[in-house]
Design a protein around this ligand. Structure first.
Ligand code: UT7
Length: 334
C-alpha cells in the first residue's frame, strides 16, 4: 500500500507588505531584498484579527478537504506543523480538530520548524501505508509575524504568514514500484549541534509588543545566523534529494520537478544547480510570500498546479530545512 496526496488547500492573508513598506521600518531597500533573497512581498495577518495557528490552519484544511472531496468526520488523523502553535499544549492539531469538526481523528503536532511539512507528510504517509489510517490531514500553519523582531533587518525582511494543507489518503493506482502514484519514500535528518544558528527561544501566544517596531524586543523572536543557514541549506538539501532518489534506484536526472522550501531564491537556485536541474524543473514562488516556514511547500505545490507545471505521473521531490537543524525530502510520483 502506498499513500498519496489526494487534496491540497492553502490560505494566505489579504494584507500584502512590500519591500518598500519595510524600508520605513529598517534600513533596507527593495533592491537589496530582491537581489539577496528574491522576495518582493509577503502576506502578514493584521493583529486585530487575533488569528491563531489553528484558525489559519483550519482555513487551509477546509480547502484541502473540499479538493479531496472528503468530509471532516472522515479524517482519521490530523498532524500540524507550526513554529508558533496556539499553546504549549494541547497540540494545535487538537484545536483544528475541534474547529473543523473532525470527530473521528487523532491529532498531534510536530516540531521541526521550516522542515515541519516534510516531516509531517512522512508521518502521515507511513500511517496510511501501514493501514493504521485511511485519510490524514497534514497542515503547515505559520503565524510568523508575531515572533519576528521587526527592528532586525537580518530577519524581518524574510518571513510571511500563511497556511497550507494536504490530505494524505490511499493510492489505488495499479502501477508498479516507482511508477505507482504516491509517496515513494521519505528521508529525514537532523544535526542538533547546529541548533544555535536558527532558533526561537520560548513559546509565544500572540503578543502585541512583538509586532511593535518601537519595541526593541529580541528574546522571544526568531534568531538566525543567515550565512550559516544558507551554507547548510544548499549542501544538505541537495544531498538529501540525491540520497532519497538513489535509495529508489533513481538519479537527479530522473526528476521532473523539485518543490523546495521557499527561503531564498539563491538557495533554491544553488540546490537546483547542484542537482543538475534546469530552471523550469524548480518551483520558486518566494517572491510572492517570503519564507512561510512549514507552509511554503504546500504554497509552492499550489502555484505549480495552478500554473500547469505539476502534472500526474511526474516524479517530484519536496525538500525542506529549518531550525534544529532538521531537513528532509519526500519523493512523490504525482
Ligand atoms: O527557512 C530557513 C530560514 N532561513 C534561511 O534560509 C535564511 C538563509 N540565509 C539567507 O537567506 C541570507 O544569508 C540572508 C538573506 C539572510 C542574508 O544574505 P547574505 O547575502 O548572506 O548577506 P549578509 O548577511 O552577508 O549581509 C551582507 C551585508 C551586510 O553588511 P556589511 O556587513 O557587508 O556592511 C549586512 O549588514 O548586507 C547587510 N544586510 C542588509 N542590508 C540591507 C543584512 N540584511 C540587510 C537588509 N537590507 N535587510
Amino acid at each position: 500500500m502506498k499513500a498519496k496526496i489526494t487534496g491540497l488547500g492553502v490560505w494566505v492573508p489579504d494584507n500584502v507588505v512590500t519591500n518598500k513598506d519595510l524600508e520605513s521600518l529598517v534600513q533596507t531597500s527593495d533592491e537589496w531584498i530582491v537581489t539577496r533573497t528574491g522576495i518582493r512581498e509577503r502576506r502578514i495577518v493584521p493583529k486585530e484579527l487575533h488569528y491563531k495557528a489553528s484558525d489559519i490552519g483550519s482555513f487551509a484544511a477546509l480547502k484541502a478537504l473540499e479538493a479531496a472531496n472528503l468530509k471532516a468526520d472522515e479524517l482519521d488523523g490530523i498532524i500540524v506543523a507550526s513554529i508558533n502553535p496556539d499553546k504549549q499544549f494541547p497540540a494545535t492539531a487538537c484545536f483544528v480538530q475541534a474547529k473543523i469538526g473532525a470527530s473521528q481523528a487523532f491529532a498531534f503536532d510536530v516540531t521541526a520548524a521550516c522542515a515541519g511539512f516534510v516531516v509531517a507528510l512522512n508521518q502521515a504517509a507511513l500511517l496510511v501505508a501501514a493501514g493504521q489510517a485511511k485519510n490524514i490531514l497534514v497542515i503547515g500553519a505559520e503565524l510568523l509575524s508575531p515572533v519576528i523582531d521587526w527592528s532586525d533587518r537580518n530577519t524581518c525582511i524574510l518571513f510571511g504568514d500563511a497556511a497550507g494543507a494536504v490530505i494524505v489518503g490511499e493510492s489505488n493506482n495499479a502501477g508498479q514500484g516507482v511508477l505507482q502514484s504516491g509517496i515513494l519514500r521519505s528521508m529525514l535528518k537532523s544535526d542538533g549541534n547546529a541548533s544555535e544558528i536558527l532558533y526561537l527561544n520560548s513559546q509565544l501566544s500572540f503578543n502585541e509588543k512583538q509586532i511593535d517596531p518601537e519595541n526593541n524586543l529580541k528574546p522571544n523572536c526568531m534568531n538566525m545566523d543567515g550565512k550559516q543557514v544558507f551554507k547548510m541549506a544548499v549542501k544538505e538539501l541537495s544531498d538529501i534529494v540525491s540520497r532519497c532518489l538513489s535509495a529508489e534506484g533513481l538519479k537527479p536526472s530522473d526528476l521532473d520537478l523539485l518543490v523546495p522550501h521557499q527561503a531564498n531564491s539563491r538557495i533554491i537556485q544553488a540546490v537546483g544547480e547542484r542537482l543538475g536541474l534546469k530552471e523550469n524543473q524548480v518551483i520558486i514562488n518566494v517572491q510572492k510570500y517570503g519564507n512561510t516556514s512549514s507552509a511554503s511547500i504546500p504554497l509552492a505545490l499550489n502555484d505549480a498546479l495552478l500554473e500547469g507545471r505539476l502534472k500526474p505521473g511526474m516524479l517530484v521531490a519536496l525538500a525542506a530545512i529549518g531550525g534544529g537543524m532538521t531537513w528532509g525530502c519526500n519523493l512523490i510520483r504525482w
